[in-house]
Design a protein around this ligand. Sequence first.
Ligand code: ADP
Ligand code: MG
Length: 247
Amino acid sequence: MTAQKNLVVTMQAVNKWFGKHHVLRDVSLGLASGERIVLCGPSGSGKSTLIRCINGLEGFQEGTLTVCGTTLNGTQERLAEVRRHTGMVFQNFNLFPHLSIMDNLTLGAIYARGEPEDAATERAKALLERVQLTSQTWKYPGQLSGGQRQRVAIARALMLEPEVMLFDEPTSALDPEMVHEVLDVMEELAQSGQSMIVVTHEMGFARRVSDLVVFMDQGEIVEAAPPDTFFSAPATDRARGFLGQIS
Ligand code: ADP
Ligand code: MG
């Protein structure tokens, strides 16, 4: 992390407990503008908690977190500001089942941002074309495949023009044959310069797309290295063990 970089996310010595359970231990991390970080590690290591802190879905007890110039101290203050800068895509899509795909995309823009419906509709059309779902515009989520729903979820997050996109295992609930249509969309997004943090076990994606692989275990960042280094020469037994298990 160098001082010259324009950092969109900075975490400094963040500590978080659920009751007595220490789930984030002195986590420090910087995401520069346009940078892609892949976050990996065993189940329960704190990956979801970390990215949920970044968009204010979780608070924390110690440390500081700055997202696009807004500093959070773990309390409820200024959460709305942070959420405006971040887009989040979850494992389970979280689309509104009773709304058409178009309305899923435009609802937030119209009601949260006060954008005129025409303008929101135009932007939604362009995004649905970008994720290759124009033909599904007037369908409902239940009529789409898992891969299509996840591409809708990505397009919906992009409607709010987030400076940072956060993905929490976006392909782990998908049938194997649909994984790659979602990864392709994410890869295109990365190539367009979108800053992003992706929790994933798709190590091929990590190699192709990430600038930095961050490996967590038991609430701490154990290693952070460019993918070439991380995959060819992991520095710790914990990372070697993890890579041995998932490959
Ligand atoms: P990961 O995403 O790496 O699998 P999580 O961030 O979901 O890990 O969880 C980290 C730890 O925090 C786990 O031990 C998990 O059981 C615990 N945890 C997560 N969410 C909660 C919660 N809401 N209440 C209590 N413990 C939680
Ligand atoms: Mg998780």
